[in-house]
Design a protein around this ligand. Sequence first.
Ligand SMILES: Cc1cc2nc3c(=O)[nH]c(=O)nc-3n(C[C@H](O)[C@H](O)[C@H](O)COP(=O)(O)OP(=O)(O)OC[C@H]3O[C@@H](n4cnc5c(N)ncnc54)[C@H](O)[C@@H]3O)c2cc1C
Length: 397
Amino acid sequence: MYDLIIVGAGPAGACAARSAAKSGLKTLLLEKEKMPRNKLCGGGVTPKVLTRFDFKLPQELIECEVRSARMHVGEDLHYFEADETLVYMTSRARFDEFLAEKAVDAGAELRDGSPVNRVEISSSHVEARTQAGNFRSKILIGADGMGGPTARTGGFYESWKPDQVAYAIETEVHVGEKAVQDFLGSSASFDLYFGVSPGGYGWVFPKDDHLTVGVGCRLDRLRDGMDLFSSFVKRVRELNGVEIPKPQAHLIPLGGAANVPSVRDRMLLAGDSAGFAEPMLGEGIYFSIWGGQLAAQVAAEASREDRYDEKTLAKYERQWKKAFGVDFDVAYDLACMSYLDQYDMDRFARYLFDEKKVQECIVGLMNGNLRYRDAKSRLVWPYFKYRLARLGFPFYS
Ligand SMILES: Cc1cc2nc3c(=O)[nH]c(=O)nc-3n(C[C@H](O)[C@H](O)[C@H](O)COP(=O)(O)OP(=O)(O)OC[C@H]3O[C@@H](n4cnc5c(N)ncnc54)[C@H](O)[C@@H]3O)c2cc1C
């Protein structure tokens, strides 16, 4: 019998496994796919992610570093340049494989190619059922992403509501290294497109020899995913005449709206399965890692006390809400104020990019020196000006 089983070796599961193994728990990490496995994702890793690691991220995993953003709103282009890295662009297959290796280095056992079909809880243990056999532990962390079986078969929830998730459709377009360098330009830029989706935005992320191109949309506003994607691609000048591989789609939880439980007797959820993606930009890697680490710490405490009931484990829910859940609520309000609910993106983009205070907030949110809850008070005056502008006062005109 294991002390802890973790289902899913994405960022949440791998980082939970490393943390738990380092605390001395006999830890099993079960992963559906053979590693390295592909994961549909922009692969944008913000600098604050690195602060969660007790090791260095190898330079060879960073395909591009971007310091500036080009915001397209209709025909307008708003440009913002920082004097530090805003995002490290990675390949999720290699990034996640590295994190899983770090879990194994710390003593966790990884069984990849082992899909879990079902999770069963009893009064004495929890059991993960796979085709290759059943595995038992005292406690289990579900980190198997959106739609993974742990949350469903473990009795957390049946499925997500359409207004709690974003639909994201994406592909990788191989344009070659030279074209990527041209795209980056001298200021190392990436692109975000607003007004291209009802309740979402589009992105073009530069990688070593390709561009990751995608567009998101709140699920309850979605009409036709392929249509949404093709119209977006037509808007991207760099992709004119370029062959576009068939895109794939996946869901992202909108953390601010997601009120799903993350704790039951002998079970915790982390990462996407618990809704740990921030609703403004859909950044999930950082919060999945942090949530996975918190879940592992609570599992280690439960093991020391030999108490696995929901009431004892509820401290996990309190901890992640305090750590970043509060920020999701602010980010959700911000998303509603801009592209989720209204269509005044042009003024909003100016509001975002022309204000020095807002630019400082963006850098702080990326490097972790600022949280959404702190950004709120700093944005009061720019926001007030934005509201006045909407009433016809001569701001941002
Ligand atoms: C198109 C798109 C673009 C995105 N871009 C970004 C971005 O640029 N930056 C960012 O921070 N976030 C981004 N996100 C969000 C980010 O990808 C997720 O929030 C993050 O991957 C969540 O990590 P996780 O460990 O919870 O889940 P995942 O990364 O989904 O990992 C779950 C793991 O569980 C495994 N699994 C599933 N079912 C089973 C099973 N039955 N048994 C065993 N294992 C199982 C899966 O194979 C997978 O390895 C994006 C998401 C999408 C869809």
